[in-house]
Design a protein around this ligand. Structure first.
Ligand code: 7GP
Length: 826
């Protein structure tokens, strides 16, 4: 599997707005010294990877200066933000770091003087793929913006030995390959063997009466795991601040039973170690499907407990007690994965530090905050009570008590029906007894937020309606954002250079300065340069497509891009149906002036998600037929790019003309790819879902193509039992494309392959693919026509770039800082 390369046509240093870089003899010497003394190689023997490590280490020294300075500069009294996340989907760090330190030119020159090409060695770095999708990438963007805004912050998570699987496509089927990103070492991390905590599991709880009549709970755990810290510096723009991403690795307390080993039981001697270390072995490949496994619960508790212990220890070094913890720290729970923090913080305060229950509850609920990222019922975490009793016996007691006091306080405030109790109880009794982590996080938090205006509104009205009625001020909206440093400056240096010329260098520091572009959208000379930049980006993507799939595509065609996790609610299959219908239409009328299109797909399916894998196979089978049919050559091509990850996104996004954001309305919490694509000049075709709603507000309805059912309409339509059959009956085009796919027109080797997929659409179609098909088709044809009026197309494209400054994660983080964390912004 070949990894994404990022060969640039032109050096990106001008993008960083630096004055002409001066040769930096220090950098050259530093790289040479690292190569010799840290890597242990001579210049003559050094390979790309050696140069990469040597350069990364030389750059890292500069980071460390600023890191230590940031820590020293932040007085102990300053409030910190703690971002708890099971996922940080970082991607590569080398170029991000060099670019944020504004030393691209120096490093490029130093390397060039040594006969080494920066763009070649930066492609050697493996992606840090410690996340599944949007939620994990958001955490990475937030870490960068926190540092940029000079907010003291820690990211807390798990140092997985294996990141999200690598996707290989074999004959159209997804295969998962372990992502051993650490096998060549990781120059960005610092192991901290001295920063470690014990995390306990299992056992029983003893209750002992104290002389004052209160009861002390003593947890006799069955198993102890050591959490060891690995720190990675997170560099803000212009190196203004460097924060810490602290990831925990699991170690056995007794790594080797020497007696067993000496007896000859070489495997048994390390069995315990294997079991313990499994906790940080691998990222769960689940996006919006619960892993539902004990190991996942162990992961969640492991990192949450270690992180809480770490921040409580630091607090106690400076303060006599924990009463002022909320003044010095704000914790953000990234979805419910760390929601056990509610019970663990209570346990640490009450059991370990002898804080009174009420006071501990005050501290907990003033410190914790919770972000919800999905309303899909199957993704709302619950844990069987039986499992929690076994793995976390003390925590289940605490959760029961929190639940009791919560329900009691409701009763005190008036009548409370059995129905309401069922709705707001932390224990779900409807299918076996389960702990509901969403409501636990809600009750234990000061603020609860959704990630787009629509999503937050739906949180209030649906999943959290009862809790919202009880705590009407708690839910707040924080529309997602993206870091423009990675998704514009680094991913699209040529466009960045053009923007700097057009609106001035302030655009590098202030996303809203993009609005200055409005002045030049009508200038034909500027537009030509914009189109030329896009053309180069598209040529680069065409090369990448050819290298990865063998498919040759024309960079002059409309690049129609859908890149994201494969999921039925995201409706890649709607796009594929339209592709098959378009293919049929072109074949039927070959002489029409069709807009040449390349349909580009990329994304991973959860390993257990059978339908999602079948959708990938459908894309592949369509590509086989369409790309090999001379009748449509030059008009339609299909490419499924394997192994979508951050680095591949950095190549695709600057080359996209059309951005597919076509989820069933009401189901995509926000989306962030939609923002990245619009920022780089793609026009969006989308439903009124997630942040598409706000993108429309920002760019103007005439500069985005919206189609299909709205969220309330979708909800109502789904309730009509025969909605799919009626939609199909009303649309001959849809009926015929379903017949074709269902009967094996694209899978002659296995004609029944897609019968189930098509049958599902005919029978239930829970994601309303059939209902939205015609509207989607019409919207696409409108875009075909628009492509024939390039002046208009590029005007809309440019207005997208000009008007999406609001989606900078700097804006999002500012809002969190002011309204949720109450920390000053630098
Ligand atoms: C995603 C949402 O699906 C996406 O709409 C949103 O933009 C993103 O979070 C960031 O808020 N959710 C996940 O990635 C996810 O794993 C399961 O959700 C909890």
């Amino acid at each position: 599997l070949k990894d994404a390369t990022l060969a640039h046509e032109a050096p990106p240093e001008a993008a960083a707005g630096a004055a002409q870089p001066r040769p930096d003899p220090d950098m050259r010497e530093a790289i040479l010294a690292k190569l010799r003394f840290a890597v242990g190689r001579d210049v003559s023997a050094a390979r790309d990877h050696d140069w990469y490590v040597a350069t990364a280490l030389a750059v890292r020294d500069r980071v460390v200066e600023r890191w230590l300075d940031s820590i020293a500069r932040t007085g102990p009294e300053k409030k910190h933000v703690y971002y708890f996340s099971l996922e940080f989907l970082i991607g590569r760090l080398f170029f991000d770091t060099v670019s944020n330190l504004n030393i691209v030119g120096e490093v490029r020159q130093a390397l060039a003087g040594l006969g080494v090409d920066l763009d070649r060695i930066r492609a050697v770095e493996p992606d840090a793929a410690l996340g599944n999708g949007g939620l994990g990438r958001l955490a990475a963007c937030f870490m960068e913006s926190l540092a940029t805004l000079d907010i003291p912050a820690f990211g807390y998570g798990i140092r997985y030995d294996y990141g999200l699987f690598r996707q290989a496509i074999v004959d159209g089927w997804q295969h998962e390959i372990p992502e051993d990103w650490l096998s060549f070492g990781n120059p960005w991390e610092f192991e901290r063997p001295d920063i470690k905590y014990l995390v306990r599991f299992g056992g029983s709880v003893e209750m002992v009466g104290r002389p004052d009549g209160t009861i002390q709970h003593i947890w006799h755990s069955a198993e102890t795991v050591v959490a060891v810290a690995f720190d990675t510096p997170m560099v803000g723009w212009r190196g203004r601040r460097v924060n810490t991403l602290r990831l925990w690795s699991a170690r056995a307390a007794d790594p080797l039973v020497l007696e067993a080993f000496n007896r000859g039981d070489h495997v048994g001697a390390v069995a315990d170690r294997m079991r313990v270390e499994a906790i940080s072995r691998v990222l769960y490949p689940s996006d919006a499907t619960p892993a539902g496994q004990e190991l996942r619960l162990r992961q969640e508790f492991f990192f949450t407990s270690a992180s809480l212990q770490d921040l409580l220890r630091r607090h106690r070094e400076r303060h006599p007690d924990f009463s002022n913890l909320p003044d010095h720290g704000a914790i953000q729970l990234n979805d419910t994965h760390p929601a056990i923090a509610v019970a663990e913080l209570m346990r640490l305060l009450v059991d370990e530090h002898n804080v009174r229950w009420d006071e501990a509850w005050r501290i907990t609920t003033a410190t914790l905050n919770y972000t919800n990222h999905t309303l899909m019922p199957e993704a709302l975490e619950t844990w069987p009570v039986e499992l929690m009793e076994r793995v976390l016996p003390r925590h289940i007691q605490i959760i029961y008590l929190i639940n009791f006091l919560h329900l009691e306080s409701l009763a005190k405030n008036g009548e409370i029906s059995a129905d309401l109790v069922r709705q707001v109880s932390l224990i779900d009794e409807s299918h076996g007894r389960r702990v509901r982590m969403g409501p636990l996080a809600f009750i234990g938090s000061r603020r609860v937020n959704g990630v787009s205006a629509l999503h937050t509104e739906l949180m209030r009205k649906t999943v959290f309606s009862d809790l919202h009625a009880l705590y009407p001020d708690r839910i707040t909206n924080k529309t997602n954002g993206i870091t423009f440093r990675r998704w514009l400056l680094e991913a699209n240096p040529d466009l960045t250079r053009l923007l700097v010329e057009a609106v001035g260098p302030q655009v590098l520091d202030d996303a809203e300065a993009l609005s200055g572009l409005e002045r030049v959208v009508g200038d034909p000379a500027f537009r030509d340069r914009f189109v030329a930049v896009r053309r180069r980006n598209k040529e680069r993507l065409a090369q990448e497509i050819a290298a990865r799939t063998g498919v040759k595509v024309d960079p002059a065609a409309l690049f129609d891009v859908q890149i994201k996790r494969i999921h039925e609610y995201k409706r890649q299959h709607l796009n594929l149906l339209e592709t098959a219908a378009l293919y049929a239409a072109i074949k039927a009328e070959p002489n029409r002036d069709w807009t040449p299109r390349v349909k580009i797909f990329a994304g991973k399916a959860a390993s257990s998600y059978v339908v999602a894998k079948l959708i990938i196979k459908l894309a592949y089978d369509l590509a086989q037929v369409i790309n090999n049919d001379p009748d449509v050559r030059g008009r339609l091509a299909v490419a499924f790019l394997p192994n979508y990850n951050v680095s591949l996104a950095e190549i695709i996004i600057p080359a996209a003309d059309l951005s597919e954001q076509i989820s069933t309305a009401g189901l995509e919490a926000s989306g962030t790819g939609n923002m990245k694509l619009a920022l780089n000049g793609a026009i969006t075709i989308g439903t009124l879902d997630g942040a598409n709603v706000e993108i429309r507000e920002q760019v103007g309805p005439e500069n985005i193509t919206i189609f299909g059912l709205t969220a309330p309409e979708a909800l109502a339509r789904k309730a009509e039992p025969d909605h799919a059959s009626r939609a199909i009956a009303a649309s001959p085009r849809l009926a015929s494309v379903l017949d074709a796919i269902g009967s094996g027109a694209f899978s002659p080797d296995d004609p029944g392959r897609f019968a189930g997929l098509v049958g599902g659409l005919r029978d239930h179609d829970p994601f309303l693919v059939t209902d939205d098909f015609d509207a989607y088709w019409e919207a696409q044809r409108g875009l075909d026509e628009l492509w024939h009026r390039p002046e208009e197309w590029w005007r809309k494209s440019l207005l997208n770039v000009a008007r999406v400054g609001w989606f900078s994660s700097d804006r999002t983080i500012r809002e969190y800082a002011e309204e949720i964390w109450r920390v000053p912004v630098g």
